[in-house]
Design a protein around this ligand. Sequence first.
Ligand SMILES: Cc1ncc(COP(=O)(O)O)c(C=O)c1O
Length: 385
Amino acid sequence: MRLDNIKTPAYVIDEAKLRSNLEILKSVQDESGAKILLAQKAYSIYQTYPLVAKYLTGATASGLYEAKLAAQELGLENHVFEPAFGDEEMKELCDVCDHMVFNSLNQLEHHRSVWEKAVKEESLSVGLRVNPEFSTQEGHEIYDPCAPGSRLGIRECDMPETLPEGVEGLHFHTLCEQGFEPLRDTFAEFEKKFERFLLPKDSARRLKWINLGGGHHITKPDYDRAGLIELVKYIRDKYHVEVYLEPGEAIAIDAGYLVTTIMDVVKTEKYPVLILDTSAACHMPDVLEMPYRPPLRDSGEEGELSFTYRLSSRTCLAGDIIGDYSFDKELSIGDRLVFEDMAIYSMVKNNTFNGMALPDIDIMHEDGEIEVLKEFGYQDFKDRL
Ligand SMILES: Cc1ncc(COP(=O)(O)O)c(C=O)c1O
Protein backbone atom coordinates (compact mmCIF):
# COMPACT_ATOMS: atom_id res chain seq x y z
CA MET A 1 0.00 0.00 0.00
CA ARG A 2 1.38 3.46 -0.92
CA LEU A 3 0.34 6.98 0.05
CA ASP A 4 -2.06 7.20 -2.93
CA ASN A 5 -4.05 4.16 -1.80
CA ILE A 6 -4.61 4.84 1.88
CA LYS A 7 -7.85 6.10 3.40
CA THR A 8 -7.69 9.85 4.07
CA PRO A 9 -7.31 11.95 6.07
CA ALA A 10 -4.42 10.06 7.64
CA TYR A 11 -1.26 10.85 9.50
CA VAL A 12 1.53 8.60 8.30
CA ILE A 13 4.60 8.09 10.47
CA ASP A 14 7.76 7.57 8.42
CA GLU A 15 9.62 4.87 10.32
CA ALA A 16 12.89 5.30 8.37
CA LYS A 17 13.03 9.04 9.13
CA LEU A 18 12.13 8.45 12.77
CA ARG A 19 15.00 5.99 13.03
CA SER A 20 17.40 8.37 11.35
CA ASN A 21 16.52 11.12 13.88
CA LEU A 22 16.97 8.64 16.72
CA GLU A 23 20.36 7.57 15.36
CA ILE A 24 21.54 11.18 15.40
CA LEU A 25 20.30 11.64 18.97
CA LYS A 26 21.98 8.44 20.08
CA SER A 27 25.28 9.57 18.62
CA VAL A 28 24.97 12.84 20.58
CA GLN A 29 24.25 10.80 23.72
CA ASP A 30 27.19 8.49 23.11
CA GLU A 31 29.69 11.24 22.31
CA SER A 32 28.66 13.69 25.04
CA GLY A 33 27.45 11.47 27.88
CA ALA A 34 24.12 13.35 27.91
CA LYS A 35 20.92 11.45 28.59
CA ILE A 36 18.24 12.23 26.02
CA LEU A 37 14.54 11.89 26.80
CA LEU A 38 11.55 11.94 24.46
CA ALA A 39 9.24 14.84 25.39
CA GLN A 40 5.95 13.08 24.82
CA LYS A 41 3.97 16.31 24.51
CA ALA A 42 5.31 16.58 20.95
CA TYR A 43 5.02 12.94 19.96
CA SER A 44 3.34 10.08 21.82
CA ILE A 45 2.74 7.43 19.18
CA TYR A 46 3.50 4.66 21.61
CA GLN A 47 3.35 1.98 18.93
CA THR A 48 6.79 3.26 17.90
CA TYR A 49 8.17 3.37 21.46
CA PRO A 50 9.95 -0.01 21.00
CA LEU A 51 12.02 1.73 18.30
CA VAL A 52 12.57 4.81 20.50
CA ALA A 53 13.69 2.51 23.33
CA LYS A 54 16.61 1.26 21.25
CA TYR A 55 18.13 4.73 21.10
CA LEU A 56 17.07 7.04 23.95
CA THR A 57 17.39 7.01 27.76
CA GLY A 58 13.71 7.49 28.50
CA ALA A 59 10.84 9.94 28.28
CA THR A 60 9.48 12.97 30.00
CA ALA A 61 5.81 13.64 30.68
CA SER A 62 3.67 16.72 31.18
CA GLY A 63 1.47 14.93 33.68
CA LEU A 64 0.08 11.64 34.87
CA TYR A 65 -1.32 10.33 31.59
CA GLU A 66 1.87 10.76 29.60
CA ALA A 67 3.86 9.41 32.54
CA LYS A 68 1.70 6.27 32.64
CA LEU A 69 2.01 5.85 28.89
CA ALA A 70 5.81 5.90 29.06
CA ALA A 71 5.80 3.54 32.05
CA GLN A 72 3.61 1.07 30.17
CA GLU A 73 4.99 1.38 26.67
CA LEU A 74 8.61 2.55 26.95
CA GLY A 75 9.75 1.16 30.27
CA LEU A 76 12.88 3.32 30.60
CA GLU A 77 13.71 6.39 32.71
CA ASN A 78 10.48 8.26 33.35
CA HIS A 79 10.53 11.98 34.17
CA VAL A 80 7.64 14.33 34.84
CA PHE A 81 7.21 18.09 35.09
CA GLU A 82 3.95 19.92 35.57
CA PRO A 83 3.32 23.47 36.83
CA ALA A 84 1.08 21.95 39.54
CA PHE A 85 0.53 18.28 40.45
CA GLY A 86 -2.87 17.14 41.73
CA ASP A 87 -3.07 15.70 45.25
CA GLU A 88 -4.94 12.66 43.97
CA GLU A 89 -2.23 12.03 41.34
CA MET A 90 0.89 12.34 43.46
CA LYS A 91 1.06 8.80 44.80
CA GLU A 92 0.64 7.24 41.36
CA LEU A 93 3.14 9.66 39.83
CA CYS A 94 5.68 8.62 42.47
CA ASP A 95 5.01 4.98 41.59
CA VAL A 96 5.51 5.35 37.83
CA CYS A 97 8.19 8.09 37.68
CA ASP A 98 11.84 8.09 38.69
CA HIS A 99 12.39 11.86 38.25
CA MET A 100 9.93 14.57 39.27
CA VAL A 101 10.39 18.29 38.67
CA PHE A 102 8.45 20.87 40.68
CA ASN A 103 7.66 24.33 39.39
CA SER A 104 7.60 26.11 42.75
CA LEU A 105 8.73 25.77 46.33
CA ASN A 106 5.03 25.75 47.32
CA GLN A 107 4.42 22.65 45.22
CA LEU A 108 7.58 20.98 46.50
CA GLU A 109 6.54 21.43 50.11
CA HIS A 110 2.84 20.76 49.53
CA HIS A 111 3.60 17.26 48.19
CA ARG A 112 6.66 16.57 50.36
CA SER A 113 5.10 13.91 52.57
CA VAL A 114 4.29 11.80 49.48
CA TRP A 115 7.42 12.24 47.35
CA GLU A 116 9.82 12.05 50.30
CA LYS A 117 8.91 8.39 50.87
CA ALA A 118 9.85 7.52 47.29
CA VAL A 119 13.11 9.49 47.60
CA LYS A 120 14.01 7.58 50.77
CA GLU A 121 13.33 4.30 48.97
CA GLU A 122 15.66 5.59 46.20
CA SER A 123 13.02 5.13 43.52
CA LEU A 124 12.65 8.87 42.85
CA SER A 125 14.90 11.87 42.32
CA VAL A 126 13.36 15.31 42.74
CA GLY A 127 14.28 18.58 41.02
CA LEU A 128 13.15 22.18 40.70
CA ARG A 129 12.46 24.07 37.50
CA VAL A 130 14.19 27.42 37.45
CA ASN A 131 13.72 30.41 35.19
CA PRO A 132 17.03 31.81 33.95
CA GLU A 133 15.13 34.98 32.90
CA PHE A 134 16.98 34.99 29.60
CA SER A 135 14.78 35.22 26.51
CA THR A 136 16.31 34.06 23.26
CA GLN A 137 13.18 34.25 21.12
CA GLU A 138 11.55 37.26 19.54
CA GLY A 139 7.88 37.71 18.69
CA HIS A 140 6.90 34.33 20.13
CA GLU A 141 5.75 35.13 23.66
CA ILE A 142 3.36 32.18 23.72
CA TYR A 143 6.38 29.84 23.43
CA ASP A 144 8.76 31.82 25.64
CA PRO A 145 8.91 30.61 29.26
CA CYS A 146 11.24 33.54 29.99
CA ALA A 147 8.76 36.19 28.83
CA PRO A 148 7.99 38.77 31.55
CA GLY A 149 5.43 37.50 34.06
CA SER A 150 6.13 33.84 33.22
CA ARG A 151 4.70 31.24 35.62
CA LEU A 152 7.25 28.65 34.48
CA GLY A 153 10.25 28.11 36.72
CA ILE A 154 11.51 29.74 39.89
CA ARG A 155 13.46 32.95 39.47
CA GLU A 156 16.88 33.18 41.06
CA CYS A 157 15.63 35.84 43.51
CA ASP A 158 13.00 33.41 44.80
CA MET A 159 15.41 30.50 45.32
CA PRO A 160 16.76 29.81 48.82
CA GLU A 161 20.48 30.01 49.66
CA THR A 162 20.96 26.26 49.48
CA LEU A 163 19.03 23.45 47.82
CA PRO A 164 15.95 22.43 49.81
CA GLU A 165 16.26 19.06 51.50
CA GLY A 166 15.64 16.19 49.11
CA VAL A 167 16.24 18.22 45.92
CA GLU A 168 18.87 16.71 43.63
CA GLY A 169 18.33 18.40 40.27
CA LEU A 170 17.69 21.67 38.48
CA HIS A 171 15.72 21.97 35.26
CA PHE A 172 15.24 24.78 32.80
CA HIS A 173 13.30 24.86 29.56
CA THR A 174 13.48 28.10 27.62
CA LEU A 175 13.94 27.32 23.92
CA CYS A 176 11.61 26.60 21.02
CA GLU A 177 12.83 25.26 17.65
CA GLN A 178 16.30 26.71 18.21
CA GLY A 179 19.90 26.00 17.33
CA PHE A 180 22.84 25.48 19.68
CA GLU A 181 23.86 29.11 20.21
CA PRO A 182 20.78 30.13 22.25
CA LEU A 183 21.37 27.09 24.47
CA ARG A 184 25.03 28.03 24.96
CA ASP A 185 24.06 31.59 25.91
CA THR A 186 21.22 30.43 28.18
CA PHE A 187 23.49 28.00 29.98
CA ALA A 188 26.05 30.77 30.55
CA GLU A 189 23.32 32.87 32.16
CA PHE A 190 22.04 29.92 34.22
CA GLU A 191 25.60 29.24 35.37
CA LYS A 192 26.02 32.83 36.54
CA LYS A 193 22.65 33.09 38.27
CA PHE A 194 22.57 29.67 39.92
CA GLU A 195 26.27 29.25 40.68
CA ARG A 196 25.64 28.71 44.38
CA PHE A 197 23.89 25.42 43.56
CA LEU A 198 26.43 24.35 40.96
CA LEU A 199 29.48 24.91 43.13
CA PRO A 200 28.12 24.76 46.66
CA LYS A 201 30.24 25.21 49.77
CA ASP A 202 31.38 21.86 51.18
CA SER A 203 28.58 21.40 53.67
CA ALA A 204 25.77 22.30 51.26
CA ARG A 205 23.71 19.81 49.28
CA ARG A 206 25.03 18.96 45.84
CA LEU A 207 23.22 18.63 42.55
CA LYS A 208 23.13 15.25 40.88
CA TRP A 209 21.62 16.34 37.59
CA ILE A 210 20.77 19.29 35.38
CA ASN A 211 18.04 19.10 32.76
CA LEU A 212 18.44 21.52 29.84
CA GLY A 213 14.82 21.11 28.68
CA GLY A 214 13.64 20.89 25.09
CA GLY A 215 13.37 23.17 22.08
CA HIS A 216 16.72 22.02 20.64
CA HIS A 217 16.52 21.25 16.91
CA ILE A 218 19.34 18.74 17.28
CA THR A 219 18.36 16.60 14.29
CA LYS A 220 18.19 19.48 11.80
CA PRO A 221 21.09 19.27 9.32
CA ASP A 222 22.51 22.68 10.29
CA TYR A 223 22.40 22.17 14.10
CA ASP A 224 25.84 22.60 15.70
CA ARG A 225 25.99 19.16 17.29
CA ALA A 226 29.72 19.42 17.97
CA GLY A 227 28.99 22.54 20.04
CA LEU A 228 26.30 20.73 22.01
CA ILE A 229 28.57 17.76 22.69
CA GLU A 230 31.31 20.08 23.98
CA LEU A 231 28.86 21.94 26.24
CA VAL A 232 27.50 18.73 27.75
CA LYS A 233 31.02 17.43 28.39
CA TYR A 234 31.97 20.74 29.99
CA ILE A 235 28.96 20.66 32.33
CA ARG A 236 29.55 17.03 33.30
CA ASP A 237 33.26 17.54 33.93
CA LYS A 238 33.03 20.82 35.79
CA TYR A 239 29.99 20.16 37.96
CA HIS A 240 30.00 16.35 38.23
CA VAL A 241 26.33 16.06 37.28
CA GLU A 242 24.30 14.02 34.82
CA VAL A 243 23.00 16.18 31.97
CA TYR A 244 19.55 15.59 30.53
CA LEU A 245 18.07 16.94 27.31
CA GLU A 246 14.37 16.50 26.62
CA PRO A 247 13.61 17.44 23.03
CA GLY A 248 10.24 16.62 21.52
CA GLU A 249 10.37 17.96 17.98
CA ALA A 250 13.91 16.73 17.30
CA ILE A 251 12.79 13.13 17.75
CA ALA A 252 10.12 13.11 15.07
CA ILE A 253 10.88 16.16 12.98
CA ASP A 254 10.14 15.53 9.29
CA ALA A 255 9.10 11.99 10.22
CA GLY A 256 5.43 12.11 9.32
CA TYR A 257 2.85 13.29 6.80
CA LEU A 258 -0.79 14.25 6.76
CA VAL A 259 -2.39 12.89 3.60
CA THR A 260 -5.59 14.58 2.50
CA THR A 261 -8.03 14.48 -0.43
CA ILE A 262 -9.59 17.43 -2.26
CA MET A 263 -13.38 17.26 -1.72
CA ASP A 264 -14.39 20.37 -3.66
CA VAL A 265 -12.99 23.41 -5.44
CA VAL A 266 -14.86 26.64 -4.70
CA LYS A 267 -14.52 29.70 -6.95
CA THR A 268 -13.92 33.02 -5.17
CA GLU A 269 -12.98 36.53 -6.28
CA LYS A 270 -9.39 35.64 -5.38
CA TYR A 271 -7.87 32.16 -5.59
CA PRO A 272 -10.01 29.03 -6.00
CA VAL A 273 -10.37 27.39 -2.57
CA LEU A 274 -9.67 23.69 -2.11
CA ILE A 275 -11.99 22.10 0.44
CA LEU A 276 -9.86 19.34 1.97
CA ASP A 277 -10.96 16.41 4.10
CA THR A 278 -8.59 17.71 6.78
CA SER A 279 -8.60 20.90 8.86
CA ALA A 280 -6.03 23.24 10.32
CA ALA A 281 -8.20 23.83 13.39
CA CYS A 282 -8.75 20.11 14.04
CA HIS A 283 -5.75 18.25 12.64
CA MET A 284 -2.84 20.71 12.58
CA PRO A 285 -3.76 23.31 15.21
CA ASP A 286 -0.20 24.67 15.31
CA VAL A 287 -0.80 26.11 11.83
CA LEU A 288 -3.23 28.56 13.43
CA GLU A 289 -1.57 28.78 16.86
CA MET A 290 2.12 29.18 16.01
CA PRO A 291 1.21 30.31 13.26
CA TYR A 292 3.19 28.58 10.53
CA ARG A 293 2.88 27.35 6.98
CA PRO A 294 3.14 23.56 6.77
CA PRO A 295 5.39 22.30 3.99
CA LEU A 296 3.38 20.67 1.20
CA ARG A 297 4.86 18.18 -1.23
CA ASP A 298 5.17 19.30 -4.92
CA SER A 299 4.01 22.85 -4.27
CA GLY A 300 5.39 26.39 -4.37
CA GLU A 301 4.75 29.71 -2.71
CA GLU A 302 1.68 31.72 -3.68
CA GLY A 303 2.10 32.73 -7.35
CA GLU A 304 5.38 30.84 -7.80
CA LEU A 305 3.96 28.04 -10.00
CA SER A 306 1.17 28.37 -12.60
CA PHE A 307 -1.87 27.55 -10.43
CA THR A 308 -2.39 29.07 -6.99
CA TYR A 309 -5.05 27.79 -4.60
CA ARG A 310 -6.12 28.60 -1.08
CA LEU A 311 -6.06 25.38 0.97
CA SER A 312 -8.91 25.16 3.42
CA SER A 313 -11.10 22.74 5.22
CA ARG A 314 -14.59 21.31 5.44
CA THR A 315 -15.27 22.90 8.86
CA CYS A 316 -17.54 25.95 9.22
CA LEU A 317 -14.75 28.12 10.67
CA ALA A 318 -14.03 30.89 8.13
CA GLY A 319 -10.47 31.12 9.35
CA ASP A 320 -9.76 27.40 9.00
CA ILE A 321 -7.25 28.16 6.26
CA ILE A 322 -3.98 26.34 5.85
CA GLY A 323 -2.43 28.78 3.39
CA ASP A 324 -2.01 29.76 -0.26
CA TYR A 325 0.07 27.34 -2.33
CA SER A 326 0.86 27.05 -6.04
CA PHE A 327 1.14 23.98 -8.28
CA ASP A 328 2.39 23.32 -11.78
CA LYS A 329 -0.91 21.70 -12.82
CA GLU A 330 -4.55 22.33 -12.22
CA LEU A 331 -5.97 20.36 -9.29
CA SER A 332 -9.31 18.55 -9.22
CA ILE A 333 -11.68 16.88 -6.83
CA GLY A 334 -10.26 13.55 -5.69
CA ASP A 335 -6.59 14.62 -5.98
CA ARG A 336 -4.40 13.99 -2.94
CA LEU A 337 -2.05 16.35 -1.15
CA VAL A 338 0.68 15.44 1.29
CA PHE A 339 1.61 17.82 4.11
CA GLU A 340 5.12 17.20 5.41
CA ASP A 341 6.51 17.36 8.96
CA MET A 342 3.23 16.28 10.53
CA ALA A 343 4.40 13.81 13.20
CA ILE A 344 5.01 16.47 15.86
CA TYR A 345 2.43 18.49 17.80
CA SER A 346 -0.32 17.11 15.53
CA MET A 347 -1.76 13.78 16.73
CA VAL A 348 -1.22 14.86 20.34
CA LYS A 349 -3.20 18.06 19.77
CA ASN A 350 -6.01 17.18 17.40
CA ASN A 351 -9.68 17.48 18.23
CA THR A 352 -13.17 16.75 16.89
CA PHE A 353 -14.47 20.32 16.56
CA ASN A 354 -17.45 20.39 14.15
CA GLY A 355 -17.78 16.64 14.67
CA MET A 356 -14.78 16.16 12.38
CA ALA A 357 -13.44 12.62 12.36
CA LEU A 358 -9.89 12.23 13.63
CA PRO A 359 -7.49 11.15 10.86
CA ASP A 360 -6.30 7.56 10.81
CA ILE A 361 -2.82 6.96 12.18
CA ASP A 362 -0.69 4.91 9.80
CA ILE A 363 2.95 3.94 9.75
CA MET A 364 5.13 3.62 6.67
CA HIS A 365 7.57 0.86 7.51
CA GLU A 366 11.14 0.93 6.28
CA ASP A 367 10.25 -1.34 3.32
CA GLY A 368 7.64 1.22 2.15
CA GLU A 369 4.63 -0.82 3.30
CA ILE A 370 1.95 1.18 5.11
CA GLU A 371 0.17 -0.27 8.12
CA VAL A 372 -2.93 1.28 9.68
CA LEU A 373 -2.27 1.66 13.42
CA LYS A 374 -5.51 3.39 14.43
CA GLU A 375 -8.86 4.29 12.93
CA PHE A 376 -11.38 6.57 14.63
CA GLY A 377 -15.12 6.87 14.28
CA TYR A 378 -18.32 8.32 15.70
CA GLN A 379 -17.83 6.59 19.06
CA ASP A 380 -14.52 8.38 19.64
CA PHE A 381 -16.28 11.70 19.05
CA LYS A 382 -19.17 10.78 21.34
CA ASP A 383 -16.98 9.35 24.11
CA ARG A 384 -15.26 12.68 24.60
CA LEU A 385 -18.50 14.56 25.24
C1 LIG B 1 9.26 21.39 29.87
C2 LIG B 1 9.36 21.04 28.43
N1 LIG B 1 10.28 20.13 28.03
C3 LIG B 1 10.41 19.77 26.73
C4 LIG B 1 9.62 20.34 25.74
C5 LIG B 1 9.80 19.88 24.31
O1 LIG B 1 10.09 20.94 23.46
P1 LIG B 1 10.34 20.69 21.90
O2 LIG B 1 9.29 19.81 21.38
O3 LIG B 1 10.25 22.06 21.33
O4 LIG B 1 11.71 20.10 21.77
C6 LIG B 1 8.67 21.31 26.10
C7 LIG B 1 7.82 21.94 25.09
O5 LIG B 1 7.00 22.77 25.33
C8 LIG B 1 8.53 21.67 27.48
O6 LIG B 1 7.61 22.56 27.88
